[in-house]
Design a protein around this ligand. Structure first.
Ligand SMILES: [Zn+2]
Length: 220
């Protein structure tokens, strides 16, 4: 099951909005094929390097524009391509497991949309089944999909929560994220060691008892 894939771009934008995916994409965001995007970015990145005064005939630098372009399209911003949306496998909750399930310490490698430098952290996800359960690795894949975009941590947290609610057919979802922003650590105030915590609680997780249980479990 894919919530947004194989829809027209217009439909996808509408569905993405419903999923809390308020990424501001231009209407023809998907018009260029990934290979064309790589070609164009390579050219532009070459220009940036030349403006900075770098010698692009140097062995070490000459392939950097293409390397960066490939990395942007295929890795760092791969979550902007709808074809990379993970396909979600759900199973019946045969054991009637009614407690919360927590997947914690999911690695987050994202990119600050204000400075285009890394956001590095961890996500913790909890849900209480509404009849269906999800393959565990899919939780990681959903985090990765939304992380591989220019992001702010607040949006990333909400997107993962909203997507999961829709995919699992339940409101009972909690997402917590803690991350270090290299734009804070390596430039500006150079505040190494500070981290940002965001959370998005829904359904039964709005109940302080459930919320505390979740928070306690992810601290272990
Ligand atoms: Zn930043």
């Amino acid at each position: 099951m894919n919530l947004t894939r194989s829809k027209s771009n217009e439909d996808r934008l509408v569905i993405n909005k419903l999923l809390g995916d308020n990424h501001i994409l231009i209407p023809d965001a998907d018009e260029l094929a990934p290979a064309e995007k790589i070609k164009l970015i390579e050219k532009k990145f070459r220009d940036i390097m030349l403006i900075l005064g770098l010698d692009l005939t140097d062995d070490s630098l000459k392939d950097t524009p293409l390397r960066v372009a490939k990395m942007y399209v295929n890795e760092t911003f791969s979550g902007l391509l709808p074809e990379n949306e993970p396909s979600i496998t759900l199973f019946d909750n045969k054991y009637n497991y009614s407690e919360m399930l927590i997947e914690k310490n999911i690695p987050v490698y994202s990119c600050c949309e204000h400075h285009f430098v890394p956001i590095i952290g961890k996500a913790h996800i909890g849900y209480i089944s509404g009849g269906k359960v999800i393959g565990l690795s899919k939780l990681n894949r959903i985090v990765h999909y939304f992380a591989k975009r220019p992001q702010v941590q607040e949006r990333l947290t909400v997107q993962v929560a909203e997507y999961l609610k829709e995919a699992l057919g339940t409101e009972n979802v909690a997402v917590m994220m803690e991350a270090e922003h290299l734009c804070v650590a390596s430039r500006g105030v150079r505040d190494v060691g500070s981290s940002t915590i965001t959370s998005s609680y829904h359904g039964q997780f709005l109940d302080p008892v459930k919320r505390n249980e979740f928070n306690l479990q992810i601290k272990h």
